[in-house]
Ligand binder design. Sequence first.
Ligand code: AMP
Length: 189
Amino acid sequence: MQRLAVYCGSATGSDPAFAETAREVGKAMVGHNIDLVYGGGRLGLMGIIADTVLENGGKVFGVIPEMLRGHEVAHTGLTELHIVDTMHERKAQMTELTDGFIALPGGIGTLDELFEAWTWNALGYHGKPFGLLNVNGYWDSLVTFLDSVADNGFMSVARREQLIVSDNIEEAISRLKAAYTGAEGKVTW
Ligand code: AMP
């Protein structure tokens, strides 16, 4: 696994552990020689993880829609910043660029991205692994709800178990790597 898409808040959230974890994830990725794919912004946890990967010598690939770039939220110091027309193109391009996905704490943008990665996997558009980094129990209630989606018969247990959930960065990365299938993960639209 050479690249990981990190989905996370464009805010830093209320718990200082969120920003600290974004820094730790950035450092851990460089330590594993994994480059960052992300939404190309400079705000919140997004900016923190991008800066950390760059400061530690890693590569960062951002994908941002023209409209957000116009609002001056784009990070201008990335290895590559891809400008696209729409949010849909952004997620498609991030999916093509990455080998897997992880969501750190975030809001509706992060949820949208995580669920699209999962849905596209479920429909067979890609075979890339995806997970949640559960910082200080931030995702607990979502995980409980997702378990109930499977309990209620709207998702198989196997599908639910595809979502890697961990509160430990090294464990999350090693489980994503173990689930990464290389060429089988390639995107077919
Ligand atoms: P949220 O979790 O609602 O803060 O949204 C963050 C996610 O949505 C990121 O992973 C981005 O890809 C995208 N996003 C939302 N707001 C912004 C922004 N101001 N700049 C860049 N990307 C954003």
